[in-house]
Structures are given as C-alpha cells and as structure tokens.
Design a protein around this ligand. Structure first.
Ligand code: ADP
Ligand code: MN
Ligand code: MN
Ligand code: MN
Ligand code: MN
Length: 359
C-alpha cells in the first residue's frame, strides 16, 4: 500500500481555530456506521444548547454508508448525548446520535436502542460496567507504528507498561487522547501500554447502564480523530498481527448492586451459571475475527467453551482475587474482542443475567 501524503499544517491551523465564531456554536453530530466505524458531520447552532433535548433531529445519506438503500436513503440522526468539544474548544459540542429509519424503526446498526430498553427495564439492578479498550496504532502504510519496515521488533516482554525509546510507540497520541476524553467529561479510568509494541489500552468506567456504550463510542471517535492529527491509524482488529503477538480485546467488567453488597459472591456465582448457558449467544456479538484471537494462548480462553476462575487470565471470565477474598465485587468477561460493540456486549450481559424482554 502506498504511503499517504500529509498536507496538514497544524501550526497554520491554530491561527484559524482562534478566530471568533461571533456567538455561533459548531455541533459535530457523530454516529456509528455499518462497519463499526464512526462518521460525523457538522452543523451551526445560533445558541448554546442547555440540554441534549434542545438539539434538532438531523439526517444523512445512508446509501453512502451502507446503512440504507439508494431509493430510500434518508437515515435520521436523533441526538442522545452531548459533550464539550476538545478539538474546537469554547462552547462547541460533540453530539452522539442514534440512527433511525423513516418507518420509525431503528437502523439495522443502531444497537443502542435495544440495549437502552434492557437497561431501563432492569435499572433497579444498578448495573455498572467498565470496559478495557485495547487497540493498535498503525503507520500510514498500515504496519504497526514504530516497527521496522518489512520486519519485526524483538519478541514481547519489555513493552507491556513499558517506558523508554524502543519500548513504547506513539505515547503522544495516547496522552492527547487521554486529555481529550477528560476534557469531554468521559469516564476514562486509566490507560497503559500493552504486550504487543504499538498496542495500547484505556479503560472506560465504571459507568451505569447505557452510559458505558455512549462513553466508549465517543472515546473511539476521539481516538480516531486524535490519531488523524498525528498521521497514525487506529485499528480495533482483534488479531492485527498473526503469530506470537498478543491480540486485542475489550475485557468487560460487570457488577450489580447485589454483587457489590455484602455476600455478593453468591450473585456472581449465579451469574456464572447463566453465562455458561448462553456462551454461543454471547460469542455471536463479541466481535468479528475473535476466533483468531481466542486461541487459548496469549492470556485468552478457548473460543468454544465457557470457563470461569479466580485470578485466571486463561478463563472466559475472571473473578479477581480481591473480590474472592472480600466475597463481593465484580467479574471480568474476557471474551469480547476489541472491535465488539459495547451496546451489544452490555445488552447481552443484562439479558443473560436478568432475562429477555418479550416483544
Ligand atoms: P485489568 O486488571 O483486567 O487490567 P483494568 O484496571 O484495566 O483491569 O480495568 C478494570 C475496569 O473495571 C475499569 O474500567 C474499572 O472502572 C472497572 N471496574 C472497577 N470496579 C468495578 C465494578 N464494581 N463494576 C464494574 N466495573 C468495575
Ligand atoms: Mn450534498
Ligand atoms: Mn486492563
Ligand atoms: Mn489489557
Ligand atoms: Mn482485563
């Protein structure tokens, strides 16, 4: 693949970013497309909205994103959350929108809607989620950033939580993204360098119910956007490099009010029984290409079989040592791949633990 020429000039851009907007607000509407990517477009508002309810519905050409046929191409954007814009600053905002069709049904890729119904119905359980988003940074030709051209770095070992030249790559992107998430008010709980060089992780959570998916998707949008500024690409491919290199996951930490309370281990054990019964249903929404990652090696479990264990990083679900000792806490579902949809993951977990909603 050919190298992508860069013509951006961020120093010159700064001059324009500082221009007075004369009271107008830029609202960037962001939605999820058919391939698990983000799309966005901008609109000028006359005044600053106080709440997301003041934001107008909008639309886009769904035939250009594989989200609708050409002869009925309008897809509607319904704002569901807004955040301060870390790229434009001031009163400008980023707006997360759900996709809806003209017949009043959610778009086929709108996984937020169904998850939202479940979260609402079982709100009394007070679900908390914390997801660990792993990802890999690629250079302009699609090879992991900082890896030798046409070659491989030294074997894994020094890179996880590494410090120093040759051990970590693109820390600037990671730092910029972390700050951008905090500025936007996202519940980002930390970040670390991963086992494979040029692979990183950040965590979103704990968030209640549907908010986890909202914050996760906004953080993904911002990661792509920040990496664009630095001329790097982000991939959420769960096994970007075959062979003896770690894959990328989206470990999903889960608790209910009952699990967090005294004696909560009983509720966790009951959850394990329920999860074991619906392994296939979970794997179906736990990301594409996950078979290549879940080999049983590289801190993964086997793709086909459900297992759980205390402090076991080779099990489908891990209960951490502290939780086992205290008899309460949360569990970690290690199965989801890095490219899975957080609404589908959290929705499926709630459905399995609490029951399906008919209709
Ligand atoms: P690991 O040890 O697997 O690398 P991390 O520290 O990366 O774990 O991530 C743990 C995640 O679990 C964080 O996102 C954190 O917010 C979340 N978390 C902590 N407590 C709870 C809880 N009670 N319920 C759900 N998630 C939780
Ligand atoms: Mn046009
Ligand atoms: Mn982690
Ligand atoms: Mn990790
Ligand atoms: Mn983990």
């Amino acid at each position: 693949m050919a190298e992508i020429p860069t013509i951006s000039n961020t120093t010159t851009l700064k001059k324009y970013l500082d221009l007075d907007q004369k009271g107008a607000i830029i609202a960037e509407y962001i939605w999820i497309d058919a391939s698990g990517g983000c799309r966005s477009k901008c609109k000028t508002l006359k005044k600053k909205p106080e709440s997301v309810k003041e934001l107008a519905e909008w639309n886009f050409d769904g035939s250009s994103t594989d989200q609708a046929p050409g002869d009925n191409s309008d897809v509607y954007l319904r704002p569901v959350a807004m955040y301060p814009d870390p790229f434009r600053l001031g009163d400008n905002i980023l707006v997360l929108a759900e996709c809806w069709m003209s017949d009043g049904k959610p778009n086929a890729y709108n996984f937020r809607h169904d998850a939202g119904v479940l979260m609402e119905k079982y709100a009394d359980q007070e679900f908390w989620f914390g997801l660990e988003q792993e990802y890999t940074l690629l250079d302009s030709v699609g090879w992991p950033y900082g890896w030798p051209k046409n070659g491989f770095p030294a074997p894994q070992g020094p890179y996880y939580c590494g410090v120093g030249t040759g051990k970590v790559f693109c820390r600037d992107i990671v730092e910029a993204h972390y700050k951008a998430c905090l500025y936007a008010g996202l519940e980002i709980s930390g970040t670390n360098a991963e086992v494979m060089p040029a692979q990183w992780e950040y965590q979103i959570g704990p968030c209640t119910g549907i908010e986890l998916g909202d914050h996760m998707w906004m953080s993904r949008f911002m990661l792509h956007r920040v990496a664009e500024d630095f001329g790097a690409k982000v991939t959420f491919n769960p096994k970007p490099i075959p062979g003896n290199w770690n894959g990328a996951g989206l470990h999903s930490n889960v608790s209910t009010k009952e699990m967090r309370a005294e004696g909560g281990m009983k509720a966790i054990e009951a959850a394990m029984e329920n999860l074991a019964k619906r392994h296939k249903e979970h794997m179906a929404v736990y990301g594409e290409g996950n078979e290549a990652r879940m080999t049983g090696a590289h801190e993964t479990a086997s793709y086909d079989k459900f297992t759980w264990g205390i402090a076991n990083r080779g099990a489908s679900v891990r209960v951490n040592r502290q939780c086992a000792d205290e008899g309460k806490g949360y569990f970690e579902d290690r199965r989801p791949a890095s490219n899975a949809d957080p609404y589908q993951i959290t929705g499926m977990i709630v459905e399995t633990l609490c029951g399906k909603i008919e209709g």
